[in-house]
Design a protein around this ligand. Structure first.
Ligand SMILES: [Zn+2]
Length: 93
């Protein structure tokens, strides 16, 4: 998939359509003290009975996420393009 570097998109902060610059999405490291990780660590320690491993069906590809930055207010927002694919997004110049 190819996406142009500048696209028009809705900005929550400006409450209207503005010009946005497109950047690749990088996954941030997980927070160590969030409720989910604390609950998971407690379950692993053995305070919550036995944990059965969940069997998930294998999914084909990932949804391609992109970060948009508003050019007027410089706020960043996420955007998912298309369905699950193995192809990666290329930001063209
Ligand atoms: Zn904005």
């Amino acid at each position: 998939m190819k996406i142009s570097k500048n696209i028009m998109s809705y900005c929550k902060n400006c409450n209207k359509h503005t010009n946005n610059t497109v950047k690749n999405y990088n996954k941030k490291p997980q927070r160590g003290l969030s409720l989910g990780t604390r609950r998971h660590n407690r379950a692993i320690k053995g305070y919550v009975g036995s944990i059965e491993p969940k069997i998930h069906p294998k999914k084909l590809g990932k949804k391609q996420k992109v970060m948009l930055e508003c050019q007027t207010c410089h706020k960043a927002s996420e955007r998912v393009f298309g369905m699950r694919t193995k192809k990666k997004i290329e930001v063209s110049r």
